[in-house]
Design a protein around this ligand. Sequence first.
Ligand code: UD1
Ligand code: CA
Length: 454
Amino acid sequence: MKLGVVILAAGLGKRMRSELPKVLHPLAGRPLLGHVLEASRQLAPERIVVVHGHGGERVKATFADHDCVWVEQAEQRGTGHAVIQAMPAVSDLDRVLVLYGDVPLISPATLRALLDASTRTRLGLLTAELVDPRGYGRIIRDAQNRVVRIVEEKDASTEQRGIQEINTGFLVADRHRLSEWLGAIRDDNAQGEYYLTDIIGLAADEGVPIATTQPAELAEIAGVNDRVQLADLERIYQRWAAEDLMRSGVALADPNRFDLRGRLVAERDVHIDINVIVEGDVRLASGVRIGPNCVLKDCVIGAQTEVMANCVIEGAVVGRNARIGPFARLRPQAELADDTHVGNFVEIKKSRLGKGSKANHLTYLGDAEVGEGVNIGAGTITCNYDGANKSRTTIGDRAFIGSNTALVAPVSVGDGATIGAGSVVTKDAPPDALTLSRARQATLKAWVRPTKKG
Ligand code: UD1
Ligand code: CA
C-alpha cells in the first residue's frame, strides 16, 4: 500500500508572539517541522505533503533541500479544510497519514503501530487518556466500545467534557474514502471550521471500523502553541536524549545540564561534565572526557582525549590522548594529531598540529602546518592575513618557537629550528639553527632617572 504523509503546518502560531513562523522555532536546535519530517521519513512513505499557510515562503526556503510537496492553505478554515488542500497531491496513493508540524516529538514507533492497526477498510486513530482532557476533542464510543465520533470541546456537552479519552489528531485512512468523507464535512459548528475530526463520525455511520492505538509517551502528542510549551518539550527531548546516551554507556555528570542539538555518537566510558552543548555531528571515541561548559560542534575527538572546561570546538578533528583547554577554541579545519596539547586562550583555525606538539598558552595558529614534537611558546601568532589575502605558515618537526613570536606568513620554520622569544619572523628560518629578530638589549650605565623639577 502506497502511503502518503500529510503534515498540517498552516496555523499562524500567534501565541508564539514571534516574527518566525511557529514550525520554524527550534527544538533541540532543529525546527519543529524538521522533527516531524524526520519522523515521517522513517516510515518510508511514497510522498510527504506539507500544508503551509500564508507566507510559507520562509518555511519552504528552510526545507528547500527536502524532498516534499508543498501545498498552500491560504486561509485557515480548519483541519479538514487543510487536508482537503493536500488531497490532489496524494491522488495516486492508497493511504494517508495526517501529522502536525507543531507536534514535534511524535515517534516513528508510535506511528508504525498506528499504521499497523489500520487497513484499507479500517481507519486508524491515535487517542490518549488524559487526566486533564481540557482543550481536546473527545472520543465518543458506543455501548460496544466502538468509536462513533469525535466531539470538539467547544461543541461538547458537559457530560461529554467528562470523557478522558481524547483525539490526538493523528489518523490514517484510505485515501479514496478520505476524499469522499472530506467532501461531506460542513462548517456548521461552534468554530465555523471544517473539522477533520468529522470524518470519524461519517466513517462510523458507514460501518467502517475505527482502530485506536495510543502513543508510547504522552509527550509525543503534545503540540506547541507558545514558548512555555516549547520549553517544556525541549526539556523532555533533552531528558530522552540524555537517557539514551547514558544507556549506551556515556556518563553524564547531570542529565539535566546537557543539551544535544544534533547527533552524538559516543563510544564507551565517555564522560561529559555539566553544561555541555553538542551541536551538529559529534563523535567521541572511548574514554573521552569533556569538562564543564564546553560547546562541541561537528567534531571528532579521539580516544582518551581530555577536553577541559570552557572550550569551544567546531569543525575540528582531534586525535587520541590529546589535552585541550581549559579555554581553548578550535575552529573549522583544525586537525590535532595524537598526544597534542592545546592550552588556555589558544585559537586554532585551518591548521594541522602534528603528533605530540604543544601550544599551551595564548596562541593563534591559522593556516599553519605544524610538524611533530613542536613546542609553540606562549603568545605565538601566525600572522596569516595581510588585510587582503591569507597565507600559510609551515613549522617543521621538533621546532621550538619562543614566546611572543610573530610568524609573518607566508613563512616556514625548518625542522629542529629554534626561534628566539619576541621575534618577528618574516623570512624562512633554517632547520636546526637559532633564528631571532629582536632589538639588542642595552644597558646605559650613565643614565640617571629624572627627578621632579622645582
Ligand atoms: C485539533 C483537533 C482536536 C484534537 C487536537 C489535538 C480538529 C477539528 N480538532 O484541535 O480534536 O484534540 O487537534 O491537538 O481537528 N491547522 C492548519 N490549518 C487549519 C487549521 C489547523 O494547518 O486551517 C493545523 C494547525 O497548524 C495545527 C493543527 O492543524 O498544527 C491543529 O489545529 P488546531 O486549530 O490547533 O486544532 P485544535 O483546535 O487544537
Ligand atoms: Ca491545538
